[in-house]
Design a protein around this ligand. Structure first.
Ligand SMILES: [Zn+2]
Length: 497
């Protein structure tokens, strides 16, 4: 093996390990941090962020990459992937002046606090200058990277390499056209069968035991991961040590369960990436949309299916016999797939969810093009909400102030959620073409055939190709919203005729 290549891997591993410590501290901050230790943690985080930045911009990496660039054609395919991606990372890190990175970090912290206050006060105006500044920073960052003429594309590319506003625009336009009439039909049918949740008083300890049993059966390896509690569920870490979270409410056992299954989907992807290659592109995920496609497939296509509940319902009733007394199988299944429109994205059912994302994407595009001024965001948000979702927020807390993302300058992130839904549905079609009897596995509590298929086709491929190419290889068709529309029609059509 080329000596320069081995030394490069060594440097990348150093950076990856520091990054993993940073991730662990971040997880701990949201799960375990004592209330008065936040200032100390902020200092720890800033220190480790500085170390990570130094490791990522280590001049030795630049020297080694220059050396390897001269011999690029002699490297085998895997090594080429590693060097190509390391080159891009190194360029991106080193093109940003240190003062800019610090300014952005400082501003994000201030903007986060401004956002929490604005959301509590339901008042957008004092928060607006923070978004304006983030927008300015995002445009400056794109300029440093040579994307000055396409700053929104740069923001998207950071999360989902290979995607652009134009590509997403086409996908979303087609999705929106099919989805709005479908949603109207489902809403009309759901209104005719209007129900309130019959699920109440589920002890948290039993909820926890049940969801751990379910996620372990799906294939999540608790020897290399764990699940804890945080206000907003998330998944952190790599396959060597995955930290997931969920949240519990006694009257909503399905929220903790499906949040846990969703995060376990992310965890299964991380655990399936080649363990020996976590420090390089060969062992890293192929973008947020691909990541989200994994969590969504386990959460929706698999775990909200009839077949899944034919297996797990009896076990669920063993845990919660008293609470489920008088709740029929049909009622339970309807509750699992309940369609109830809401103004809040994170509370949305899977039918409405994509509309929440389309709304955000359209607003972000206008913010970056200058067509929309930040101060006019609340009005624009409410108007789009009415147009796309058919309801209007009564205050900004349930409108433009509901999401944390923009306070951290995370523009271009929202589309990943919806693209993930599209990829999940298209992969789901592909796997069922190969294994038409796949769902009969679920009825027997078996998920290994599906997991192995995902391992082989997606997880073990790391970041060797951009997600759009990977989807085309795996499903033998370019990414399109057609599978997602067909899936929604099939599942909710059968529920609501
Ligand atoms: Zn997710």
């Amino acid at each position: 093996m080329n000596d320069a290549y081995l030394r490069l891997i060594d440097r990348l591993k150093h950076r990856y390990l520091i990054g993993s410590v940073q991730g662990l501290l971040g997880w701990d901050e949201q799960v375990n941090l004592p209330p008065d230790s936040a200032d100390f943690r902020a200092e720890q985080m800033a220190t480790i962020a500085g170390l990570e930045h130094a490791a990522a911009s280590d001049p030795q990496i630049g020297t080694l990459l220059a050396e390897l660039g001269g011999a690029f054609a002699d490297l085998d395919q895997d090594c080429q992937v590693v060097v190509r991606e390391a080159r891009q990372d190194f360029d991106r890190v080193t093109k940003l002046p240190a003062e800019f990175v610090e300014e952005k970090a400082r501003h994000s912290s201030a903007a986060y606090h401004a956002w929490t206050k604005a959301r509590t006060d339901r008042e957008f105006a004092p928060y607006a200058p923070f978004i304006e500044k983030h927008l300015e920073l995002a445009k400056r960052e794109a300029e440093y990277q040579g994307w000055g003429d396409r700053p929104y594309d740069y923001a998207i590319d950071l999360h989902d390499p290979g995607f652009s506003a134009e590509v997403i625009d086409q996908l979303f336009a087609e999705l929106k056209m099919g989805l709005i009439p479908l949603v109207k039909k489902i809403e009309a049918a759901a209104a005719a069968n209007k129900t309130v949740s019959p699920l109440h008083g589920f002890p948290v300890d039993a909820q926890r035991s049940f969801l751990e049993e379910v996620t372990a059966k799906l294939g999540f390896d608790y020897g290399r991961g764990r699940i804890d509690v945080s206000p907003h569920p998330f998944c952190e870490g790599s396959g060597a040590d995955v930290r997931m979270t969920t949240r519990f409410q006694e009257d909503d056992p399905l929220d903790s369960l499906f949040s846990a299954i969703h995060e376990a989907g992310h965890g299964l992807y991380e655990q399936g990436l080649p363990l020996a290659d976590h420090a390089t592109a060969l062992g890293q995920h192929a973008g947020m949309a691909m990541h989200e496609s994994q969590s969504r497939m386990w959460e929706n296509q698999v775990s909200r299916s009839r077949a899944f509940w034919r297996h797990f319902e009896s076990r669920f009733r063993e845990f919660f016999g008293a609470q489920l007394d008088g709740v029929s199988s049909d009622q339970l299944y309807r509750e699992i797939n309940a369609v109830r429109p809401t103004l809040i994205r994170v509370d949305s059912d899977e039918v409405h969810y994509n509309l929440h994302i389309i709304l955000r994407f359209e607003l972000e595009k206008k913010l970056f093009s200058g067509e929309l001024a930040v101060k006019d965001l609340p009005e624009a948000w409410n108007d789009s909400c009415e147009e796309i979702l058919g309801c209007r927020p009564t205050h900004d807390g349930e409108g433009v102030l509901q999401d944390v993302h923009w306070s951290g300058g995370a523009f271009g992130y929202f589309p990943s959620y919806c693209l993930g839904n599209m990829i999940a549905a298209q992969n789901w079609d592909a796997v069922r073409r190969e294994m038409p009897d796949l769902e009969s596995d679920f009825e027997r509590g078996k998920f290994s055939r599906l997991l192995n298929w995902l391992r082989l086709n997606i997880h073990q491929q790391g970041k060797s190709r951009p997600a759009l190419e990977r989807v085309e290889i795996v499903t033998k068709a370019p990414l399109s919203p057609r599978s997602l529309l067909a899936y929604l029609e099939e599942r909710y059509g059968s529920l609501y005729n």
